[in-house]
Design a protein around this ligand. Structure first.
Ligand code: GUN
Ligand code: ZN
Length: 397
């Protein structure tokens, strides 16, 4: 737990007996919060397939079927969590597999390796061209699987369950109603899904749900838009949707690298801020091409530059840390170095790069240095990662 923060000399005066780990000139940064990442897409990064709907069928759904194999799922779960920790991510909100054994492996890996995890099975039950049968579940089986993991999470302070209907086109009315029932019966759970990511996707959703005036209404009809809901993307919302998202105090997760890779569009950040909406950032692996949320901040900056908004480095860092924590209702636990919070942070050792050391020496403020680091540093400079004060990753020397 964080018991104090400030100048070394002031803190040592208060606790002279403290055990010291000295990272010299490296920076300690609050652990990053990845608000949207797909575990079964671990090996589906940088896959060809065009934009969202074609890419899903061509590259992603076939990759997700590999998790039917328990040994593969186990191995991948451990590598996936280790990879996130190695990037300074201490909290991740994860779309899980369609296979119950693979999700058990994910929760076990998280518990063993020490990340803060919010995750649940990715739900699909509407057969369509290009969707492998193996990925379809029945609402009844999905409910039973979810209940088991929800029960496990009750005794685990770092594990949380997220009900995860994949998106409007993948779930039947029965599946959506089952999701609502789970959310209602277990108010401590979250709900995560996708919305307004791609223009062809939006057209398909509105054609299918032709009684709904917009995409959000599909989820509203089933009672899935609440203050426990995190909607990924929302690149193309109407003002009406933003109003209702704000009123429901539902959170949005912006995934910069993914939006660029899939050519989905430019996230309208200032419209979200105007509506008072809490925003998290996500890598959206495998549509994103970087596991590092830090690298996603550089993309987030450029996406806003293209729309005439030049974000300052404090705002960017906030989005990946305390902003994400607020969006996920974890701001009392993590997100910054406030006294009483969990000691979730990483050590960014820019001195490992000769160029970075020289570049930072030429900055005339801490803010300028942070701005440089946001664009120039990467997971290669993450020296160690801590969750709840436990070192869960260190750079192999
Ligand atoms: N919409 C539905 N499924 C997915 C997915 O796996 N990735 C992204 N980026 N969007 C989706
Ligand atoms: Zn996604």
């Amino acid at each position: 737990m964080i018991i104090d923060y400030g100048k070394r000399s002031d803190i040592l005066a208060k606790v002279p007996e403290a055990w010291i780990e000295d990272y010299d000139d490296a920076w300690l940064i609050p652990g990053m919060i990845d608000g949207h990442v797909h575990y079964p897409q671990y090996y589906a990064t940088a896959a060809q397939g065009g934009q969202l709907l074609d890419w899903l069928v061509q590259s992603i759904l076939p990759a997700e079927t590999a998790f039917a194999d328990p040994a593969f799922a186990n191995d991948t779960a451990k590598r996936f969590i280790k990879h996130l920790l190695s990037c300074g991510t201490t909290t991740a909100m994860v779309f899980g597999s369609q296979f119950a054994h693979a999700n058990e492996a994910l929760f076990n890996a998280a518990r063993e390796l020490g990340i803060r995890l919010i995750a649940g099975a990715t739900l699909m039950d509407t057969p369509a061209d290009g969707i492998p049968d193996a990925l379809l579940q029945t609402p009844k089986q999905a409910q039973a699987d979810a209940e088991k993991l929800i029960a496990i999470c009750r005794d685990e302070p770092l594990l949380h369950y997220a009900i995860t209907p994949r998106y409007a086109l993948s779930c039947s009315e029965e599946m959506m109603m089952m999701c609502h029932e789970l959310l209602h019966n277990h108010p401590e759970t979250y709900l995560q899904t996708h919305i307004n990511e791609n223009r062809n996707e939006i057209r398909a959703v509105l054609a299918h749900f032709n009684q709904c005036k917009d995409y959000l209404e599909v989820y509203e009809r089933y009672g899935l838009v609440t203050d426990r809901t995190v909607l990924a993307h929302n690149i193309h919302p109407s003002d009406g949707e933003l109003d209702r998202i704000g009123q429901a105090q539902c959170s949005i997760c912006h995934c910069p690298s993914s939006n660029l890779f899939l050519g989905s569009g430019l996230f309208p950040l200032s419209r979200h801020i105007k509506h008072g909406i809490n925003i998290a950032l996500g890598t959206d692996i495998g549509a994103g091409v970087s596991f590092s949320l830090w690298s996603n901040l550089s993309d987030a900056y450029k996406i806003q530059q293209l729309q005439g908004l030049s974000l300052n480095p404090e705002h960017l860092l906030y989005l990946a840390t305390l902003g994400g924590a607020k969006a996920l209702h974890l701001e009392n636990e993590t997100g910054n170095f406030s006294t009483g919070k969990s000691a979730d942070f990483f050590v960014l050792d820019y001195t490992r790069s000769d160029y970075l050391s020289e570049r930072l020496r030429r900055c005339n403020s801490l803010e300028a240095q942070l701005f440089c680091l946001l664009h120039l540093a990467s997971e290669r400079q993450v020296e160690s990662t801590y969750v709840r004060g436990r070192r869960v990753f260190f750079y192999p020397s």
